[in-house]
Design a protein around this ligand. Structure first.
Ligand code: COA
Length: 397
């Protein structure tokens, strides 16, 4: 049997109409546009209308993806919906989406791996396609975080937004699709990003609601440290597995959580900023919807061509992280060899040259990472000291 590849044949995204700007937030909590932009890169985010929940947004994005793929919902074999904000804890939001779409033959699963959810779903879907088991799988990442955040907590409410992104994955004979992947979880960080009052550990009592334990709690600094470490490591690992370096990447699509986290990874990896998709300023962190929203916008902007190699990377609650190298296909594109071509040398030598190239790049990234870690170890105490002095002085005044 011929090898089967997974191809993204359809994509679609949806963001609610209502836009909440930093100026709007200034009226709600003690914050400023200057603080939000300089610390996160976010200028505005979309917020779902009352009653507009995860399934409704998923439906919009999914219909667009199906239309683009030119298939009907009843051709779908499986629906994977990644979300941490389902309409209900039970039933699964994926089954409600299946019903709304009219995808009568499809299995449906809801995946809860925080902001990493879409990539977990995409990589899982590719396995079903590449084994030949399924022909078409719909992968959706949707989040109604405006429901989950405490709108009086400035530490979290400025960061998040609502939205949805979907792709249709189909079988293809053209080489490409998933080239390498990584799914990880550092479960000892499970309490760094948590909705403590919802679930089987806690009864939803008036006291829980009083403490606002039904809303998102986050240890921002801990998540920041985790994110900056794993973003670089994950990209390094998937590129090494694919026998590539950052120079072979046409577009990096990182999870849009904080522009500073993205910038640090970009510097460490040594990738040109124009090869990095960033749209956080208009959406904030839309969690599981962040990567597919960025992917859709990159496609709409013509930033992805057939044959391009894309790296997608995400991190989130769990603490989970995931990454993959994906080669964009079109039926017209012939397989592009990764190896250095046109050399009159045996394949083993070409492979060795490729491995040496990857190893040299790895060492550069590791050196840059060590240097920036050392700089931060020196700068952070100085920064904290300066902040302490400023605070004392302003109290004395
Ligand atoms: N407006 C103004 N001040 C704010 C604020 C806001 N919205 N939110 C927090 N602050 C204050 C804090 O109270 C703190 O004040 P203090 O020094 O008097 O205690 C100060 O700003 C600095 O806080 P700090 O935590 O050092 O800021 P930071 O530079 O680390 O940025 C985050 C905070 C949350 C933006 C950053 O830690 C982050 O992005 N973390 C990762 C979060 C994330 O990605 N979560 C989702 C994962 S998928």
């Amino acid at each position: 049997m011929n090898r089967v590849y997974s191809q993204i044949t359809g994509w679609g995204c949806y963001a609610p109409e209502r836009v909440l700007t930093n100026a709007d937030l200034e009226k709600m909590v003690d914050t400023s546009d200057e603080w939000i932009v300089s610390r996160t890169g976010i200028r505005e985010r979309h917020i779902a209308a009352p009653g507009e929940a995860t399934v409704a947004m998923s439906l919009q994005a999914s219909r667009r993806a199906l239309e683009k793929a030119e298939i009907s919902a009843d051709e779908l074999d499986l629906i994977i919906l990644a979300t941490s904000t389902p309409d209900y804890l039970c039933p699964p939001a994926s089954s409600m989406l299946q019903d709304e779409l009219g995808a009568s033959r499809a299995g449906a699963m809801t995946l809860v791996t925080g902001c990493t959810g879409f990539l977990y779903g995409l990589i899982t879907a590719a396995q079903f396609i590449e084994t030949g088991a399924y022909k078409h799988v719909l992968v959706v990442g949707t989040e109604t975080l405006s429901y989950g955040v405490d709108w009086e907590d400035r530490n979290t409410c400025v960061l998040f937004g609502d939205g949805s992104g979907a792709v249709v994955l189909s079988q293809s004979q053209t080489p490409g699709g998933l080239q390498s992947m990584l799914l990880r979880s550092e479960g000892d960080g499970w309490d760094a990003l948590i909705l403590p009052g919802i679930g089987s550990r806690t009864e939803l009592t008036p006291e829980v609601i009083e403490r606002k334990d039904h809303k998102l709690k986050m240890d921002g600094r801990r998540v920041f440290k985790f994110a900056t470490r794993v973003m670089t490591d994950a990209v390094l690992e998937v590129l090494t597995d694919a026998g590539l370096t950052i120079d072979d990447v046409d577009l990096l699509i990182p999870h849009q959580a904080n522009k500073r986290i993205i910038d640090l990874a970009v510097r460490r990896l040594g990738i040109a900023p124009d090869k990095v998709m960033v749209n956080i300023e208009r959406y904030g962190n839309t969690s599981a919807a962040s990567v597919p929203l960025a992917l859709c916008e990159a496609l709409a902007e013509g930033r992805i061509e057939p044959g391009d190699r894309i790296v997608m990377v995400a991190f989130g609650a769990g603490l989970t992280y995931a990454a993959c190298v994906w080669q964009w296909q079109s039926e017209e594109v012939e397989e592009e060899p990764i190896l250095v071509t046109n050399w009159p040398v045996p394949e083993s030598l070409q492979l060795m040259a490729q491995e040496m190239r990857t190893a040299a790049w790895r060492m550069q990234v590791q050196a840059r990472t060590a240097a920036s870690d050392a700089a931060m170890a020196v700068m952070l105490p100085l920064y904290a000291f300066r902040k302490g002095v400023k605070k004392r002085l302003s109290k004395e005044e």
